[in-house]
Design a protein around this ligand. Structure first.
Ligand code: GSH
Length: 340
């Protein structure tokens, strides 16, 4: 553990040298592409179609940033790598941002030369078991084998939970989520654990989703959100405020359908500032004054994004109402500071 810490510190010294500082936006503009890191294709969050098109909630955050910069959601090169190497690919400069169901933790934020922007989805770790297994609670997993992805918070939480509850769980690990899911479906472990959203996403692509059920326990907090390199405050602001813009848009009732009309004739000062007809927030971020008009027209507001990719009318089917991921004004904790 000590060695690992030292290694990551060395990486920080090596990779957060001033060469990356304060120049990400310039680099992205010169390249003409945003390098946005996602995971191995996962329904709802970063799904890959046969024609090579990416889509999903996390993908839409890449597309939103691309639109904010270029006025075009498609100026993105998607970099799909395993969870185990995701932070290295940020540290070495390969990716400009990471948007892939990544949990904000103290160690990741303080020891890797990276910065979390904000939370795009509040999650927690759960367990999936075969419906005919007879297992009804995570506390029934005494002496069980559990499939878990390498290099994740999932792995660490599972170890804590097993120890705290004397479960003596044996882990079956792999860094490739596809191999892991095949192992679980082939009976190679008694349960599969991940963020509950990740379990819902995977289950939606199982041959028979209804043959697998969630156990009732949620054993951790997993606030998921995009990550940037430390040392470029302007870039961090750009990514963060693009996401805050999408959340504010939902709260203010601005949608992809009405944004043009609202921009032409803003019904109130909050909407005028969000859409750049008042104030200079866009310019301060190095963007056009009306960058949020383009973003909302191309991607929609937070609610539209959620319902399009993971909402109850999609195969992933994660309810929003009554959960942490509802807007704060509707009983959840999705909340963005104001555009002013
Ligand atoms: N949130 C955890 C787990 C991330 C994770 O495992 N994500 C799921 C999807 S929600 C997955 O299958 N990822 C595939 C991949 O990253 O390649 C973390 O940050 O360590």
């Amino acid at each position: 553990m000590r060695l690992l810490t030292l290694a990551s510190c060395a990486a920080v010294v090596g990779f957060t040298a001033p060469s990356f500082a304060q120049e990400t936006l310039e680099t992205v503009r010169e390249r003409g592409m945003l390098n946005c890191q996602v995971g191995l294709p996962t329904p709802g969050f970063y799904a890959l179609a046969d024609d090579g098109t990416w889509s999903g909630l996390d993908v839409d955050l890449c597309r939103a940033v691309s639109t904010a910069i270029f006025g075009d959601p498609d100026m993105v090169e998607y970099q799909s790598v395993t969870s185990a190497v995701r932070f290295t690919e940020m540290q070495n400069g390969a990716s400009d941002m990471l948007s892939r169901t990544t949990t904000w933790t103290a160690v990741r934020d303080t020891q890797l030369g990276l910065d979390f922007t904000t939370v795009g989805f509040y999650d927690g770790q759960g367990f999936l078991v075969p419906a005919d297994s007879g297992i009804e609670s995570a506390l029934d997993l005494v002496g069980a084998t559990v499939c878990v992805l390498t290099g994740t918070t999932t792995e660490l939480n599972l170890a804590d939970y097993s120890r705290a509850n004397d479960l003596d769980i044996t882990t079956v690990t792999n860094e490739n989520v596809n191999v892991l899911v095949e192992t679980y479906l082939g009976g190679g472990c008694d349960a599969y654990t991940n963020d509950r959203s990740g379990l819902a996403a995977r289950r939606s692509a199982f041959p028979d989703p209804s043959a697998h059920v969630f156990l009732p326990e949620t054993i951790s907090k997993e606030p998921l959100g995009p990550v940037v390199r430390e040392g470029d405050a302007a870039w961090r602001d750009l990514v963060t405020w693009t996401i805050f813009g999408i959340i504010n848009a939902e709260e203010l009732g601005v949608t992809s359908g009405n944004v043009m009309e609202m921009a032409a004739n803003p019904p109130n000062p909050n909407i005028a500032r969000l859409l750049g007809t008042e104030g200079n927030i866009g310019e301060e971020l190095g963007l056009e004054p009306d960058f949020m008009v383009d973003v909302i027209a191309a991607i929609g507001n937070y609610g539209e994004i959620y319902e399009r990719h993971i909402g109850i009318n999609t195969p992933v089917g994660i309810p929003r109402e009554g959960t942490l991921n509802a807007l704060w004004s509707e009983g959840g904790i999705i909340y963005a500071p104001p555009f002013r």
